[in-house]
Design a protein around this ligand. Structure first.
Ligand code: DGJ
Length: 758
């Protein structure tokens, strides 16, 4: 099996099979009619798996006829229908002209292609230009003979990344309109235990504002459980990710199945444990508040789910997702490029700024090696607090004398790039836009809509609303040279009603809203192909792989406290590449927590994200300015490695309560940057022992300390303290590295581990 024949179909046996470098996924036709699920897990040889169809269909054809409901309820299906005997979670439910929701999908045929389809209007993984053979696609058609509904399941195997990407297209080939009431993107019927026979556990990530990405592992009881969002966007309360893990899962051992959803709206990522054995995993648009009218000939596209399996721990799952997103999802001119080091004025000034203040920040920032000023909220309309002006995207000349043109010009003269904040999907009731177009806000006619942060949501499902937003942004972005946009989104969707939809189609609003957001971001990127877009939503409340298709980076959290960031970034790094995690150094005491962490440590922690600053640099000491110079130099030295390398977590402060350690290794294994954070000091604990993962066991490496938070600018690292040892990768993995503990809390140190040619 090679990547050239990663999809094979045995028509005689009715077996359809996908392989990646280390995994296998197999389906089979059950009872001559239904598409059954046979296997997903570690790579297995190309044996005849038809004996497994007997397992998914443990009944003779005569008995199936007599007791069809038992057959339906005990078979492993690939994309279960509705109302025909399967009492587990259905993947699709369609109401027909009779008013019935019976949805009976019969296997019809398949196609194989050596490419990867894009999905109209939605984010999707794609084949890389440099290695188009890395992905092949299997399309399987299922049809309901009674309604004419044709469902095509797409399975793309990304060979090197061990990823199966799935999405669904639903076409009405019947004569009557159909109403889709649920169209999930993936369903997987699988065993409930790992290979040791122990029950798999559910791994998810929960959070809240400023506390995003908290990993949780729980037992799976009988019935349905999981994570979801019903607020119209993805949510800081739950990532759309769902993992099934062995009880003894670690970074380097144990089994894990991980599924993530490329979508930025309501979702349900659920697992159901069945009394007759097995788990059913289902991921898709949340069926609550969803319905879609499909006229004859029309097609509905359900968003993509990406799945991976690792039998060697969580670290491999993370690296599979990181590689997939970096190579096959993130696009645009910054896909593989270093991002400018930015300074954002939000925590420096909040709403209280003017041109002079911004230029003073920019001037000092430039002197310290920072490359771009980002002007955050408060530059437009008459906005001096969160109570007004969203939607009025013209500059407030009382604050910014000379307008954006002057600010842009002076920044350019200084050699600084310029970035700007928008919250395009929103409108303040106190705004010119709302006074002119009150019906453009999402609200139920005649009822007072709920405000949040004193703002309402614009109905971007409507084309005229999108046109207006795009034109307003276009005007701003062409008024001076702007290199970056921070696209914010600070509330839930409530009071659901669109003046642009007939009453019977109100259930389409939330999905049309998400499609509208994607359309707007795509229009922006098409008009400004060199623009660096950073998505944000009250911190990380819309941090999902769907948004990564449009912006190569997303603001991870409004909590910039480096100590909190250790935990938040650990969660985020488990699912997303470091290159996309918005991370800034901010001032202490931290504005969210009041905590004080050494400046160097703040720098080290932000370095494993996009890197930037969020403070009033004009108020810092000369010593801190000097540290910024060192940090910006370090960013230039190590960002290529951090952005493109393989991530290995070697210790978790979340788990051990004292220290954190992770490293990024170059793809050729010639170099690693290791970050050790001694978070909490502990008496009588002079050293910590770290097994260094990810190096080539046979290569010889030099380990040197390159930056230490206990050493200030006046206390230079000497050759004696810098050079730690020379050892082979195998020695560093097994005998490990000894890291001296630091005096005080929140101390950190960076090590560079580089290959020595023997
Ligand atoms: C929420 C964002 O997360 C912050 O970074 C900041 O941009 C504010 N909104 C501005 O209102």
């Amino acid at each position: 099996m090679t990547k050239q024949n990663s999809i094979r179909v045995d028509e005689q046996q009715g077996i359809l099979r996908l392989d990646t470098a280390n995994t296998t996924y197999v389906m089979g036709i059950s009872n001559g009619l239904y598409l059954g699920h046979l296997y997903y897990g570690a790579k297995i040889p190309a044996d005849d798996l038809s004996y497994r169809t007997a397992l998914t269909t443990p009944m003779s054809p005569e008995n199936i006829k007599k007791d069809f409901c038992v057959y339906m309820d005990s078979t492993d299906f690939e994309y279960p229908g509705w109302g025909i005997g399967d009492s587990r979670e259905g993947a699709i439910k369609v109401r027909d002209a009779l008013g019935s929701t019976r949805t009976n999908l019969i296997y019809k045929g398949y196609r194989i292609s050596s490419s990867k389809a894009l999905i109209p209007g939605l984010p999707a993984t794609f084949a890389s230009e440099s290695d188009p053979e890395d992905v092949s696609t299997l399309e399987v058609d299922l049809q309901d003979p009674d309604t004419g509904l044709l469902v095509t399941l797409f399975y793309s195997a990304f060979w090197a990344e061990d990823i199966i990407a799935r999405h669904v297209e639903v076409r009405n080939e019947g004569k009557n309109e159909l109403v889709l009431e649920r169209v999930l993107s993936a369903s997987v019927d699988m065993r409930e235990t790992d290979r040791q026979g122990k029950d798999l556990r559910l791994m998810t990530f929960y959070g809240i504002w400023a506390r995003e990405f908290t990993k949780e592992i729980r037992e799976i009881g009988h019935g349905r459980t999981g994570v979801s969002s019903i607020i119209g966007k993805t949510n800081n309360r739950a990532q759309p990710f769902l993992g099934l893990v062995s009880q003894d899962i670690t970074q380097v051992s144990g089994e894990v199945y991980g599924l993530n959803f490329l979508y930025s709206g309501n979702f349900a990522s659920m697992v159901e444990k069945n009394p007759n054995g097995g788990l059913r995993v289902s991921v898709g648009i949340h069926p609550e508040e969803f319905s879609w009218h499909l006229a004859p000939g029309e097609v509905f596209y359900a968003p993509e789910v990406v799945m991976t399996y690792s039998c060697c721990g969580l670290g491999k799952m993370s690296r599979n997702f990181h590689d997939l997103y970096r190579k096959h999802l993130i696009r645009g001119s910054y896909k593989d490029r270093k991002r400018p080091i930015l300074i954002n004025n939000w925590e420096a000034t909040y709403f209280d700024f003017d041109t002079e203040k911004l230029l003073a920040i920019a001037k000092k920032a430039k002197e310290c090696g920072i490359e771009m000023l980002v002007m955050d909220d408060g530059w437009f309309g008459k906005r001096n607090d969160p109570d007004s002006s969203l939607g009025d995207w013209w500059v407030n000349e009382e604050k910014l004398t000379g307008g954006l043109a002057r600010l842009g010009r002076e920044l350019e003269d200084m050699g600084m790039k310029f970035g700007i904040w928008f919250e395009p999907e929103m409108v303040s009731p106190d705004s010119e836009l709302y006074r002119t177009h009150p019906d453009w806000a999402i609200a139920v006619p005649g009822r007072e809509p709920s405000r949040s942060r004193n703002q309402l949501v614009l109905d971007v499902s409507r084309e005229e609303v999108r046109d207006h937003i795009f034109n307003s942004m276009y005007k701003v972005l062409t008024s001076t040279k702007i290199s970056y946009v921070k696209w914010d989104m600070n509330r839930h969707l409530t009071d659901l009603y669109s003046a642009g939809l007939p009453d019977c189609r109100q259930g389409e609003l939330l999905h049309r809203f998400v499609l509208g957001v994607y359309d707007l971001q795509q229009r922006l990127l098409t008009a400004f192909p060199d623009l660096l877009l950073e998505n944000c939503s009250s911190g990380g409340a819309r941090f999902d792989p769907g948004m990564l298709y449009f912006s190569p980076q997303i603001w991870t959290s409004d909590d910039t406290d480096a100590y909190e960031r250790i935990r938040i970034q650990e969660g985020a790094q488990m699912l997303y590449p470091l290159s996309c995690l918005g991370a800034h150094v901010s001032v202490c005491p931290n504005h969210v927590t009041g905590r004080v962490v050494p400046f160097k440590t703040r720098g080290h922690i932000a370095l494993s994200g996009t890197f930037g600053y969020e403070l009033d640099i004009t108020k810092l000491s000369e010593e801190e300015h000097e540290m910024i110079r060192q940090q910006t130099a370090m960013y230039h030295k190590y960002n290529d490695l951090i952005r493109t390398g393989d991530f290995y977590r070697m210790a978790s402060f979340r788990e051990n309560g004292f220290f954190d350690c992770y490293g990024v290794v170059s793809k050729d294994k010639s170099e690693m940057l290791l970050t050790f954070i001694h978070v909490m000091n502990q008496p009588c604990m002079p050293t910590r022992w770290i097994s260094i993962q990810g190096l080539d066991p046979d290569k010889l490496y030099a380990v040197e300390q390159v930056d230490d938070s206990t050493i200030g600018p006046s206390e230079q690292v000497t050759d004696a303290t810098r050079k730690v040892c020379q050892a082979h990768g195998a020695t560093l993995a097994h005998a490990g590295l000894i890291v001296p503990c630091r005096y005080g809390d929140f101390q950190s140190v960076l090590y560079r581990i580089s290959e020595v040619k023997e």
